[in-house]
Design a binder for this molecule. Structure first.
Ligand SMILES: Cc1cc2nc3c(=O)[nH]c(=O)nc-3n(C[C@H](O)[C@H](O)[C@H](O)COP(=O)(O)OP(=O)(O)OC[C@H]3O[C@@H](n4cnc5c(N)ncnc54)[C@H](O)[C@@H]3O)c2cc1C
Length: 396
């Protein structure tokens, strides 16, 4: 047991009251929103916001005009208050006030105009008012006598509040680690099974012919677990990727998915047509020819197709495949699963098990679909946390 006098002395010597573990999107937003000089951000990388830079193909898909709990694999009641309190409009206004004006593309998605560096620059400028420690890896967190001890590979820091903003497991080369889950578990929190998400699928033997189509893409609809994901599918050397596949991977556990390779095609146009099959189907030629080989169909005029052959061709609209797996954490944009949100307060992001311990961003069991939803969650949850901590600090 720590002597109360010693504890008081430690509190008095605590240079910063709040320690934020991780220096990614959620941490930088929190550091920006908190009052000056009250927090220390500890990041294991030599630079902050590494994922922001590579996101959205280098232009960061920040958020989406279509927002709501339906775009998240999460407990809707948990995510809703934060998404409402700091929604996409509030985020765009906040960025606008700092001279960043994202552009809408693909109808609903907000991107940086030229480069993700624009978003990172805003967050770096705003968070400068806090202490930033780089190349310092957090190893564990403990608590005694109301004081948190954050042990790193360099020293042990003390704090009154600790915010876990250490993200998920995807892209380990950019600093991803399991530390957030480990700390949560050490304080008695449950962690929902994690898996790579927003990631490509590897295929089984029946689809090994896909490899020869590497580089070909087409528009599809993918049905997985009652959800329909729409967009491009890209054949890759390891399997299939592209926006529609990435989106579908969020909902895939195991078993079959159904792909419609001709979502906007009228099958009536095949009947009586004198055109060759590969000329009529609105698919890249390489793709239709590969499927014809698979279906053991000759590339002949459509009006010469037998009923049975027509059935085979029609299966392109409900092509079933059971992925062998995913491309894994090295390629996944996010991690699904994470810290159980039933043990976190949905207004403050504070642990319901440990006073003063908070979670923000991807480390929690909240995963958004493709389209800017994961950054929105990182920023919305950081906002909730900031509001709560500011309110408490006023009372301190
Ligand atoms: C290739 C790619 C593209 C993406 N594109 C988009 C997109 O366009 N739109 C979108 O909404 N989302 C996108 N995402 C997802 C988005 O980047 C994340 O959901 C978001 O960054 C999560 O923010 P976070 O703060 O929770 O975690 P992160 O941004 O991952 O930050 C966590 C930080 O914690 C640090 N850390 C980990 N362990 C330790 C430790 N032990 N000690 C100290 N620090 C530690 C990490 O180095 C990291 O910097 C993309 C992800 C990837 C990988």
């Amino acid at each position: 047991m720590c002597n109360p006098r010693v504890a008081l002395a430690i509190i008095a010597s605590m240079d910063k009251k709040i320690i934020i573990i991780g220096g990614g999107a959620s941490a930088l937003m929190l550091a920006s929103l908190l009052p000056k000089n009250c927090a220390t951000v500890i990041e294991s990388n030599p630079k902050l916001g590494a994922k922001i830079l590579i996101s959205g193909g280098g232009r960061c898909n920040i958020t989406n005009t279509r927002m709501g709990t339906g775009y998240y694999l999460a407990d809707a009641e948990f995510v809703q208050p934060s998404l409402k309190r700091f929604d996409e409009k509030a985020l765009i206004d906040w960025l606008g006030a700092r001279k960043l004006h994202p552009v809408i593309q693909k109808e609903t998605q907000y991107f940086c105009r030229d480069s993700s560096k624009e978003l990172l620059a805003v967050l770096l400028k705003e968070s400068q008012k806090q202490t930033i420690l780089l190349s310092e890896k957090v190893l564990e967190v403990s608590k005694r006598e109301n004081i948190f001890y954050v042990k790193t590979d360099k020293k042990t820091h003390t704090a009154q509040r600790v915010v876990i903003a250490s993200g998920g497991l995807s892209f380990p080369t950019l600093g991803a680690s399991s530390i957030g889950y480990e700390i949560a578990q050490s304080f008695g929190h449950g962690v929902i099974k994690t898996a790579p998400a927003l990631v490509g699928f590897t295929v089984q033997k029946e689809q090994f012919f896909f490899k020869e189509l590497s580089g070909v893409s087409c528009e599809v609809k993918i049905r997985v677990a009652e959800i329909v994901c729409e967009g491009s599918l890209l054949f890759a050397h390891k399997g299939v990727s592209g926006p529609a596949v990435l989106d579908a991977s969020l909902y895939w556990e195991k078993g079959q998915i159904e792909i419609d390779f001709l979502p906007y095609f009228s099958w009536k146009s095949v009947l009586g047509s004198k055109k060759q099959i590969s000329s009529l189907l609105p698919l890249p030629k390489r793709l239709s020819k590969a499927f014809l080989v698979q279906f053991a169909l000759e590339d002949k005029p459509c009006n010469q197709l037998s009923k049975e052959e027509m059935q085979k061709l029609y299966s392109l609209s409900h092509y079933r495949l059971a992925p062998a797996g995913t491309f894994g954490y090295t390629k996944a944009e996010v991690t699904k699963g994470g810290i159980d949100t039933s043990e976190i307060d949905n207004k403050s992001m504070m642990s319901l098990k440990e006073q003063g311990l908070y979670f923000i961003g991807e480390v929690m069991d909240v995963t958004g679909r493709l389209g800017g939803y994961n950054f929105q969650w990182a920023f919305s949850s950081a906002y909730s946390c900031a509001q709560s901590i500011k309110g408490e600090m006023d009372e301190d």
